[in-house]
Structure formats: structure tokens, C-alpha cells
Design a protein around this ligand. Structure first.
Ligand code: EPU
Length: 350
């Protein structure tokens, strides 16, 4: 186990916010977690699990022991009647893993191409894009209990997946609760990729591409290329402009609330959900309140997608977590005042 002290976290979070970790340990497998637990100094301290840092806002230095997840490995595990099971270490880069599955001739993850972050963070957020969510391809995962050092396996039902949500985002409120935030470190994730693969289409941006290129039945590779191009055109590359993807979740309202908003704003972008509720495009709501391009210090609303907050200060004068949160709160207030809707942040605020 290598223990690093006073470590700059700016290169380790996609917003590029400057903060430091008092202690950081790189975790390449369960043995590293057990070594931390057994350590006379570190064993008793609280821990903070850091993956790719693409979904966090750091508002100060991190005092708990940072466990930086770097578990490597990608492999085809086995075939079942209807699926091929593939596994990746939690530290693998998500997009590189998606590309690797396609290189193996295994489609199924193409709609999730170019999402920043690591494989280990993907179930935490139940990442989703273009009609596919991680839970649609999830098989099971191995995690280690940070308190007991025991390794355990969870299936989909036990992960409590919801829209950008899982048990890994919730702390246990009472003994016996399934909340695993702060309690579990994900080591490896297994995916079930369908043998009778069908493309997931139906998303406006994709349908537009199909028409433009005259392709009615795109291959997985074709879809992957389109999604990479769509995302590159619309979303800032964290390597160039710091950001954490969508900053707010798309809110859900009742059909009555939606009708009320349509009455005042006929253009509001809304999608009926299978359960009868209606999802609204948070980006549209924020945009309608005039936030595109506005800033607080070096934190700003991205000009091309109002749902994304960006770090305009670059590496030399980065936005602070406080600036990002002040901007986020001002957006929440203005959307609430105009539409009566409370936007919920997507990233974890540390
Ligand atoms: N819109 C505006 N103005 C804006 C932004 C969006 O009018 O500034 C409108 C768009 O024109 C469109 C609608 O709002 O009609 C929805 O926008 P978009 O298609 O870009 O998708 P989104 O709802 O903003 C969600 C996910 C993304 C995911 C895309 C594609 C959430 C919070 N975000 O964004 O996920 O890539 O759909 O599936 O669900 C992420 O979670 O970090 C993320 C990027």
C-alpha cells in the first residue's frame, strides 16, 4: 500500500476544482482496502471513495482518507443462453471499456459511449443516455464493505437502481437499510450484453442522423460513431473545459402540473413516462430563464447546453466549489420562481 499525503485533487476531478486530499491511497484490489483497514493510523479514519471524479463538486479539502479506485481489467466471463457476460475493473475508463466491447464484437453499450468517468462509478449514477440506462445492461457487481473488509456480490434488484440513482448514493438511515453510500467500494462490474441485439433508436438526435445519412438499420458501430459525434457537438470535453456533465436531473411532474406549465409556456420540452408522470427537460427550463452563458466568478452555464455548468477559469484560475454551488442555487431559485419546480443536482457535493 502506497500512502500519498497532501495530494492535489485538481487533476482528479473533471470540474478541475482545486482542493487537496490529506491522505490518498490508490486501490488496485481488495488487498489495498484491507491494508488501509489494518493500518494503525488510517484504519480508524473515515474514508471517501473517488472514481473518475466526473460527478463530484469539491467544496473544500477532503479530510477523510481518499480511496482512489484503480482496479484494472477487462474480460469476457461466459456465455449464457441469451447474453454474453463481460466484466471490467472499477478503475477502467468507461468509454474505453465501451469501445473494447465493440472491438470484441459485443454490442449493447454503444448508446452509452463517451460518458466521462470510470466503470466503478457507472452503477452509482445508473448512467444513461439516448434511451439506454446502465441497469438495462447490468448483470452484477463485486464490492468490498469498508467497515468489515468483506467482499460481496450484488445483483440488479439489490442495487436499487432509479433515474441517476442507486443504493450507492444513499446512506443507511437505520440499521438494516440498504443504503451503501460511504459503506461500499465497488471493485468489479459485470454486464449482460444481449446476443439478439437490436439498436435502441427513437431518440430525436439519432432519428435525425438516420434520415440525414439514409440509414434505416444502423449497426452498433454506426450508432457508437453517431453518439460520439452528437455528444462532442453538444457537450464540453472535460479535458478542455472542466464540467461534471448534466448538473441537474430532469424533473418529473404530474400531468396536471405539466398542463399548467404548457398553458404558460407552450414550448416546454416534456416526455410522458410509462408510469403516467411527465419528465421535463431541465436544460430547457434553465435556458428559458435566460441562464446560458451566465456566470458566478469562474463558474458558468455552458452556452450550448444550459444543463451543464462549466469551469471557465481553466487550470490556472479554476472556479471554486463555492462558486459552482452559488451559481447552482441561483439557477434553482429562478427555475422555482418561474415554474414552481425544484431542480435536484445530479453530482455529489463533497
Ligand atoms: N434544451 C434546450 N436548451 C438547453 C438544453 C436543452 O432547449 O440549453 C432542450 C433540447 O433542445 C432538447 C431537450 O431540452 O429538446 C433535452 O435536451 P438533450 O437532448 O440535450 O438531453 P438532456 O435531457 O438535457 C439527458 C441526460 C444526458 C444525456 C442526454 C441524452 C439527464 C440529466 N441528462 O440530457 O446525460 O446524455 O439526455 O440522452 O438526464 C449526464 O447525465 O451527465 C448527461 C449528459
Amino acid at each position: 500500500m502506497i500512502v500519498e499525503r497532501n495530494v492535489p485533487l485538481q487533476p482528479l476531478n473533471s470540474f478541475g476544482i482545486a482542493a487537496r486530499a490529506a491522505v490518498l491511497v490508490r486501490v488496485r484490489g481488495e488487498a489495498d482496502v484491507r491494508a488501509v483497514r489494518a493500518d494503525a493510523e488510517l484504519g480508524a479514519q473515515p474514508t471517501f471513495v473517488l472514481g473518475g471524479g466526473s460527478n463530484i463538486v469539491l467544496t473544500g479539502d477532503v479530510k477523510p482518507v481518499v480511496l482512489k479506485v484503480e482496479v484494472p481489467g477487462r474480460r469476457v466471463v461466459r456465455d449464457t443462453a441469451r447474453h454474453v457476460i463481460v466484466e471490467a475493473g472499477a478503475g477502467e475508463n468507461w468509454h474505453d471499456f465501451v469501445t473494447w466491447t465493440l472491438d470484441q464484437g459485443l454490442p449493447g453499450l454503444e448508446n452509452l459511449a463517451l460518458i466521462p468517468g470510470t466503470v466503478g462509478a457507472s452503477p452509482v449514477q445508473n448512467i444513461g443516455a439516448y434511451g439506454v440506462e446502465l441497469q438495462d445492461r447490468f448483470h452484477e457487481l463485486d464490492a468490498i464493505d469498508l467497515l468489515t473488509g468483506e467482499v460481496f456480490t450484488l445483483g440488479a434488484a439489490q442495487c436499487g437502481f432509479g433515474y441517476r440513482d442507486s443504493v450507492f448514493k444513499h446512506a443507511a438511515a437505520a440499521p438494516g437499510d440498504l443504503g451503501l453510500a460511504g459503506r461500499a467500494l465497488i471493485l468489479r462490474v459485470r454486464f449482460a450484453l444481449p446476443k439478439d441485439w437490436q439498436p435502441v433508436l427513437g431518440y430525436l438526435d439519432i432519428e435525425r442522423r438516420m434520415q440525414e445519412e439514409g440509414v434505416a438499420h444502423p449497426s452498433a458501430r454506426q450508432l457508437y460513431d453517431w453518439i460520439v459525434a452528437i455528444r462532442r457537438a453538444k457537450l464540453p470535453d472535460p479535458a478542455v473545459i472542466g464540467n461534471a456533465g448534466s448538473f441537474f436531473k430532469n424533473p418529473t411532474v404530474t400531468p396536471e402540473q405539466c398542463q399548467d406549465i404548457i398553458g404558460r409556456d407552450p414550448k416546454v420540452v416534456h416526455y410522458p413516462m410509462p408510469d403516467g408522470s411527465v419528465k421535463l427537460a431541465a436544460g430547457w427550463l434553465i435556458d428559458a430563464c435566460g441562464w446560458k452563458g451566465k456566470s458566478v466568478g469562474n463558474a458558468a452555464v455552458y452556452e450550448k447546453q444550459a444543463l451543464v455548468l462549466v469551469n471557465r477559469g481553466g487550470a490556472a484560475h479554476p472556479a471554486t466549489g463555492g462558486e459552482v454551488m452559488t451559481l447552482a442555487k441561483a439557477i434553482q431559485t429562478s427555475v422555482y420562481e418561474r415554474f414552481g419546480i425544484r431542480l435536484e443536482p445530479e453530482p455529489v457535493v463533497v
